[in-house]
Design a protein around this ligand. Structure first.
Ligand SMILES: [Zn+2]
Length: 748
């Protein structure tokens, strides 16, 4: 290599891998919902979409190069399905727009595409259905139009597409596909279509094109890596390709991509720092483009500019063509910090949302710019007593007596019939309840009135359950806006934002709380509600809490200490709550962990450590109770495979788990994982408005009894009922109670 250090490196280019596309005030959400309800026609929707895209470009234009094609009406995987013309026949309608929304949301004629979580995030994508019959064709119009929109503004534009390998790895086999078929079998055909998409972009004037291959941040087989090599040798032959991942290190895929001759690679230097070390050991052409993804696209903390600049320099020692970018698309953070003036000042000045992150990228790219290190965590954010109490927890603070002993004690304390019936916690959140909450929040309803309104609801929910004949009751969670935010608002160490919305799927956005400091409980958070509900009935009422992993997963979490340490603090606060519930006489306490799967690391090598801290934090929260107090947990969102061992390690007495869609398969898996306590396999898919037939639920219960034995089975829905209406809930629960009775009689 023949480079002299006296030649100054070119100013690194500033760019980002992607940007929020819902609009700073969720303009796209409003337009979509107006369109779906018939209040806004297709042209009106397109106007709103164009305005959102224009706003995105306004923001992005401060960068040297801007990503394009990153707008989406619903989901970028669905956009890719359309770009390769892989819509299933059942979703094809008169217009492209109608087909698009048929695939996204379903209609009278067809069920929508399945939706699932995007890597280890809370974003959901639509799962392509690919089979031997899928007839791919290039539909470059969207990608080209959005590229030209940016170019016409005089911007240096870089089109972005989801790469073909990830597209197929994220897909599932279509109904028509024969056994053994894998979507990746269609890679060669798809690549032909990608060459056409890329040609259309080149014809429009594109230079570098970004292909997102996030699936390469996960473990890949030799065969898959060979396919990657072949694909990119082919695509890189005519197009300058920048590969982006965004969800951790590329690992063994990195040399494969470089050898295939891609023009550049965007590195995730927040979660994938090992790639930087790997690169330093490789013999890399100084002509290769590297983007230093040093600004966290997944979290909302200000970047350490000094550290970013240091990483940049390391890359500059490897290549002459280095840029600065976000670690992933900025899709996962809210648009703008400016509206958050109510946040404490010390917190506000440490935060950075998408717009602020673009500034940071510019600052790091600017050799003359000031690149200050990140300020230390304020001393005031430390709570010495929490840390001391955690340190003082004995080694067995997360252990209970063996399940067999607990089971006997619990059965004596709360005698229950076989197949006890219960629900997961929430009852329908009616418009009236939501209005009361909004009025209370805006100061239009005083505390006492609000509380009285909520208590009336609890009483109604208890009466409803008594009438239905359920065995273990719940208070219905009317007082909870959200199962995480409710706790975040009461714990110290959390802040909530005014407008920090992040797209979860389609038009749906969430506003995650910010966990910024040491966490402590100030006062009991749920005891009053549970005790009130219990005072109204002879039946046992479950206490209802959200577990530490889920609280972390659905918040933006401090990144100045390991997640495990933060989880333990949350766990300690919950442990106090569990203790107070028990002291108040609650015999059954459910601690929900629906997000246990979500935080599972993408790479297998990191999973054992995750399972350890995640399950330990749950046990810290729950193991303080006496043997006769039952701990329940709840998980939903299927795909339990990789966390089955962790579910067993939670050591709950009863686990309610989504099972209705997977036809109870999860039960055999639990058995293999040596899970020995009781299970409430969901027998009613509450994500569907359909009222399930009692006989189907009975059949599901029979399957469960066959797999686990009658003593270990509970009867319950898949998840909480807050999104359902009473018109569906009543007949469904009647059916559930009847199904349990039928199966009990057959057992007797
Ligand atoms: Zn659930």
């Amino acid at each position: 290599m023949n480079t002299t250090t006296s030649v100054p490196a070119k100013r690194p280019q500033a760019t980002a891998l992607g940007y929020p596309r819902i609009g700073p005030n969720r303009e796209l959400k409003r337009a979509l919902e107006a369109h779906w309800s018939g209040r806004l026609d297709a042209a009106g929707l397109e106007d709103a979409a164009a305005a959102v895209r224009s706003g995105m470009l306004d923001d992005l234009s401060m960068l040297d190069t801007v990503p394009t094609g990153i707008f989406s009406l619903y989901d970028h995987v669905l956009d890719t399905i359309c770009a390769v013309d892989a819509l299933a026949p059942r979703h094809r309608r008169d217009s492209e727009l109608a087909s698009y929304f048929a695939a996204a949301r379903g209609d009278e004629a067809a069920v929508p595409l399945e939706m699932t979580k995007w890597f280890d995030t809370n974003y959901h994508y639509l799962v392509p259905e690919i089979g031997p019959e899928t007839a791919f064709a290039a539909k470059p119009a969207k990608a080209v139009a959005e590229f030209l929109e940016a170019k016409e503004r005089g911007l240096d534009a870089r089109p972005v597409l989801l790469g073909p390998v990830s597209f197929l790895l994220l897909a599932k086999a279509s109904e028509e596909a024969p056994a053994g078929f894998a979507p990746l079998d269609r890679l060669d055909d798809l690549v032909v279509v990608y060459t056409e998409l890329l040609a259309a972009l080149r014809d429009a004037g594109a230079g570098l094109v970004q292909l997102d291959e996030p699936a390469l941040c996960a473990d890949r087989t030799e065969a898959e890596l060979e396919a990657v090599a072949a694909v990119y040798r082919r695509l890189a032959a005519d197009t300058q390709i920048l590969i982006a991942g965004g969800y951790g290190p590329f690992g063994e895929a990195l040399p494969v991509l470089l050898e295939a001759g891609v023009e550049g690679v965007a590195l995730d230097l927040v979660r994938g720092r090992s790639d930087l070390e790997a690169l330093e050991a490789l013999n890399v052409s100084r002509e290769t483009i590297f983007l230093a993804g040093v600004v966290d696209g997944r979290n909302i903390w200000r970047a350490d500019l000094a550290k970013g600049a240091a990483d940049l320099e390391r890359l500059q020692r490897i290549s002459d063509r280095v840029g600065v970018s976000s670690s992933s698309s900025l899709l996962h953070v809210p648009v703008d910090l400016a509206p958050e003036q109510d946040l404490p000042e010390a917190l506000f000045e440490r935060l950075s949302f998408a717009r602020q992150k673009l500034q940071e990228i510019n600052q790091i790219a600017d050799p003359e710019g000031s690149r200050e290190a990140r300020p230390a965590t304020p001393e005031a954010w430390r709570d010495a007593s929490v840390r001391e109490r955690l340190a003082a927890l004995g080694a067995d603070a997360d252990r209970r007596v063996p399940y067999a002993n607990r089971q006997a004690a619990q059965a004596e304390r709360v005698p229950l019939p076989p197949l006890p019936t219960t629900t997961i916690g929430s009852f329908p959140q009616t418009a009236e309840l939501r209005n009361a909450r909004a009025a209370h929040r805006r100061g239009l309803m005083i505390d006492t009135d609000y509380k009285a309104r909520m208590k009336a609801e609890v009483a109604a929910v208890i009466a409803e359950q008594e009438k239905l004949g359920l065995d273990v009751l719940v208070h219905g969670e009317p007082e909870r806006n959200d199962m995480v935010q409710y706790f975040a608002e009461q714990l110290t160490g959390f802040a909530t934002t005014a407008a920090g919305w992040v797209q979860s799927y389609g038009s749906r956005c969430v506003r995650p709380p910010i966990l910024f400091a040491d966490v402590a409980r100030q006062a009991p958070m749920t005891v009053e509600w549970t005790s009130y509900a219990q005072s109204l009935t002879e039946k046992p009422v479950k206490g209802m809490l959200t577990g530490p992993v889920t609280i972390l997963a659905w918040s933006f979490v401090r990144d100045d200490q390991p997640l495990a340490d933060t989880a333990d603090q949350v766990a300690l606060a919950l442990r106090d709550e569990v203790g107070d519930l028990e002291a108040a006489g609650t015999a059954i306490i459910q601690v929900d962990e629906p997000a246990l799967r979500e935080l599972l690391p993408v790479r297998a090598a990191s999973r054992a450590a995750y399972r350890d801290w995640a399950t330990r934090s749950f046990r810290i929260a729950t193991a303080g109770v006496r043997p006769e107090t039952a701990i329940h947990t709840h998980l939903c969102y299927s795909e339990f495979g990789e966390v089955i061992d962790a579910i067993a390690a939670l050591d709950a007495d009863v686990t309610s788990i989504e099972a209705s869609r997977s036809k109870m398969e999860v039960l055999a898996d639990l058995d293999r994982a040596n899970y020995r306590s009781a299970v409430g396999p969901g027998v009613w898919d509450i994500h569907s408005p359909r009222v399930p037939a009692a006989e189907d639920m009975a059949e599901a219960l029979r399957l469960a009894v066959a797999a686990l034995g009658p003593e270990r089975v509970w009867a319950n829905p898949d998840c909480g009922l807050k999104t359902r209406r009473y018109e569906e809930v009543r007949p469904s629960l009647e059916g559930l109670v009847a199904a349990a009775r039928t199966v009990r009689e057959q057992l007797a």
